[in-house]
Write a protein that binds this ligand. Structure first.
Ligand code: ADP
Length: 762
């Protein structure tokens, strides 16, 4: 990079342009801008300001400023004094979060004036200024002196820019001009317009009486404004008229109407060129358009709601049932402080999408607020509008986006909010969610209470322990659990594939994805609790199919398990398979990991040695203890298994659980390890078609375990014929869907003897 190209933190500003040489004081309150400021202070104290013309639409030329002073005037507001030092053009925004950063190119002013021209402009500027100062009468004498005594054109121009109020458009025009001459010409034009207005003002003032009381004064001032506008032949009052009209028609609470009426009257009195006008105008524009009393007509037909929920998602019976109950309660007793639903579960299990479905079934609008990483209370409640860049909080903004006062707002990842010096967002959220208080929710920016009690709030979370306790008390937790391979297959075939085909404008015959292909994607290309990766892989297939069809005469594409790897690359995960033959010291265990049920071999080798015990394969503490318990049990019962009394003194025992990359822990491998040890010591084979899970005590009793459904399904997936599970888990078995229990023999064991009975080959 040469010295004309630099990368610099960028702050967009809405209603302000800073010119080169200008000194400006401003308050920074937006979080993004504060980050940019922090970064600039850490580095070379330079920032780049650009005008944000509309949301995310930046003027491409902006000003590099030097920070001369800064001061934290409030916990989340920093007041800075900056001086415009250079003008630069945005080449590229290189970063958007946590703050904007841009590559900019420094523009050099084109200063082609010769000496005579310079003197001429110097004179004209001074003349115009003194004329202005004469009518304006509010300049300090020493400033007038400084300006009139200057003999350097550039300096003079800078002084004038610092002392004469130009509006945003005027400044922007000057900023965007590279040619100094054009800047001067334009400035002179603007100045002469100001002189004309001031002269008219002065004329009116001399005509009006001096001693007038307050009401009369207002009247005259308004008359004055009208005269000015007439003289200038332009009617800037259109905003005010428009708002008055709107306000009359719009239905909203009386207190809101009154407050807005006041604001509109205030706007009428502010000069359109002043920054205050923009602030006031933006505020009225925002507040008046809020959906104060505009609601969606809520579907109250419970049967219809149930059916729509059913159509949108497979399974999730609990969730659907509880939601329908919740809706029924809400409808019958509107003002009760019903708990807020919180959908709790791992990623990708459909929390967001079922919330969307609920909104759809209820016929209300849906919007989502992501709370991940939220630290600033003002994000929820808004910034006071006295600060530059102030905005309403996210709650009011989302409601505004939906244009109704009864949308469904999904508060996503409520377990990821944090608290720091910027306040406690969770207490602000509590207020939002509390029906007693949210009838007149107060946003700092809006100032007028807004009734958010009709909003249907639903939260989501991954981890219940991370939800702040007071919030948790307000929530009705509905748990969504991970999906089995079979469930994933159904979701893929009935929901994900049809949806993705539709998104990619493909018909069923344009792209065929066979059932076995889907299964292969699930087992060999994804490892997840939900179906996100699965959905992504299906989307990838659709994209590739679209490409093939474009290149090859719209031909139909079929994806089978054989050609799948041409589309998705080599499988990412190894398929679990049944062992080929019965083996000594090798037993298939069943485990439950964060991505669902899986099977794993436990291998034991006995070697001549001195009683050393080693356990390898990325094993956790609890599993290690299970291994110790297994060995102690075998040692204590050596007679039962016809072992030599001191067998352990002359042998080393090595327990290994392959696939070291997957961390494993939990007590449920107890019986598997014991079986493997006994098999190795007695040199008897273990049936390859058996898999098992269960905790073991020192007495050889088998204790209950968790994740039974996932484990049985994992065993079935690889073709195991018989699973041995703890007798204590019999109750879980009763509640399990029939399809899980079909086609597999389930043995209930209360003691290790039962396990050996069914696993050791005789
Ligand atoms: P979460 O919010 O829990 O992380 P998402 O709602 O983003 O999960 O779900 C990811 C994708 O999986 C979505 O496209 C969703 O429609 C789909 N999905 C998840 N569960 C189901 C289900 N039970 N039936 C149909 N589609 C589902």
């Amino acid at each position: 990079m040469n010295d004309k190209n630099i990368t610099i933190p960028l702050i967009p500003i809405r209603d302000m342009v800073i010119l080169k040489g200008e000194n400006v004081t401003l308050d920074i309150a937006k979080r993004k801008s504060l980050y940019a400021l922090e970064n600039a202070l850490d580095e070379d104290k330079q920032l780049f300001f650009v005008l944000e013309k509309a949301k995310n639409d930046f003027n491409n030329i902006g000003t590099i400023v030097k920070i001369k002073k800064y001061d934290d005037i409030m916990p989340s507001v920093t007041r800075i004094v900056v001086e415009g030092v250079k003008v630069a053009k945005i080449q590229q925004i290189t970063q958007k979060s946590p703050f904007f950063k841009a590559d900019v190119y420094i523009l050099e002013e084109e200063n082609l004036l010769n000496d005579e021209e310079k003197i001429a402009y110097l004179d004209i500027l001074k003349d115009s200024f003194s004329e202005y100062a004469k009518v304006k009468k509010n300049f300090m004498p020493d400033i007038i002196m400084d300006i009139l005594s200057s003999d350097n054109l550039e300096e003079l121009f800078t002084m004038l820019l610092n002392n004469i109020d130009l509006n945003v458009e005027e400044k922007l025009y000057i900023l965007n001009k590279i040619s100094f001459k054009e800047q001067l010409e334009y400035f002179l034009k603007a100045l002469s317009k100001k002189i004309k207005i001031s002269q008219i003002e002065a004329k009116i003032l001399t005509r009006t009486r001096v001693n007038i009381d307050k009401t009369q004064k207002e009247y005259y001032l308004r008359e004055q404004l009208k005269t000015i506008k007439k003289e200038l032949d332009k009617d800037d009052n259109s905003d005010v008229d428009l708002y008055k009209n709107l306000l009359e028609k719009k239905s909203m609470p009386t207190y809101a109407k009154e407050k807005l009426e006041k604001e509109i009257n205030r706007l009428d009195k502010i000069q359109t060129s002043s920054p205050e006008y923009t602030v006031c105008n933006d505020y009225i524009n925002f507040a008046i358009n809020l959906p104060w009393q505009q609601s969606s007509q809520v579907n109250s037909n419970i049967l219809d709601i149930e059916q729509k929920l059913e159509e949108g998602h497979f399974g999730l019976e609990d969730v659907k049932e509880r939601i329908v109950e919740h809706i029924a309660v809400m409808q019958t007793s509107e003002n009760v402080n019903t708990p807020i639903i919180c959908l709790l579960g791992p990623p990708g299990v459909g929390k967001t999408s079922i919330a969307k479905s609920i909104a759809n079934a209820l016929n209300i609008k849906y919007t989502r607020i992501s709370l991940g990483g939220l630290r600033d209370e003002a994000e929820i409640r808004g910034h006071r509008k006295t600060y530059i860049g102030a905005m309403a909080g996210r709650i009011i903004k989302s409601i505004n986006d939906t244009k109704t006062n009864n949308p469904l707002i999904l508060l996503d990842e409520i377990d990821k909010i944090s608290t720091d010096f910027r306040g406690d967002p969770s207490s602000a959220l509590l207020e939002v969610l509390d029906k007693e208080q949210n009838k007149d929710f107060k946003d700092n920016y809006l100032e007028i209470p807004f009734d958010i009690s009709k909003v249907f709030f639903i939260c989501t979370a991954n981890d219940i322990s991370k939800i702040p306790a007071p919030l948790r008390d307000r929530l009705e937790i509905i748990q969504l659990s991970s999906y089995t391979t079979e469930e994933k297959e159904i979701i893929a075939n009935n929901f994900l594939i049809p949806n993705q085909l539709k998104n990619h404008n493909l018909s069923k015959s344009n792209l065929k994805i066979g059932k076995s292909t889907v299964k292969k994607i699930i087992t060999e290309y994804t490892r997840e609790t939900g179906v996100r990766q699965l959905e992504r892989n299906i989307a990838k297939l659709c994209r590739k199919a679209v490409k093939i069809r474009l290149e090859d005469n719209n031909k139909n594409v079929t994806i089978s398990s054989a050609n799948l790897k041409d589309f998705l690359g080599a499988p990412k995960y190894k398929k679990e398979v049944l062992n080929k033959k019965d083996m000594v010291g090798c037993v298939r265990g069943l485990a439950w990991t964060s991505v669902g049920g899986t099977t794993l071999d436990i291998e034991v080798a006995i070697m001549e040695g001195s009683g050393k015990i080693s356990i390898t394969g990325n094993v956790g503490k609890v599993m290690n203890e299970s291994a110790q318990a297994a060995i102690s049990y075998v040692r204590a019962n050596y007679k039962k298994y016809n072992l030599v009394k001191n067998f352990y003194k002359t042998n080393d025992i090595h327990i290994h659980i392959p696939e070291g990359a997957t961390p494993k822990d939990g007590p449920s491998a107890g019986i598997t390890m014991t079986t493997a040890i006994i098999s190795a010591l007695t040199n008897k084979k273990v049936n390859k078609n058996v898999a098992m899970t269960g905790e073991i005590t020192l007495r050889g009793n088998v204790l209950a375990i968790g994740g039974l459904k996932e484990k049985i399904l994992a065993a079935k997936r690889i073709g195991i014929k018989k699973v041995i599970i703890p007798k204590d888990n019999e109750v879980d078995l009763e509640e399990m869907p029939q399809y899980v229990k079909e086609d597999i023999e389930i043995i209930l064991a209360s003691h290790i003897e039962d396990v050996l009975e069914h696993s050791i080959v005789k």
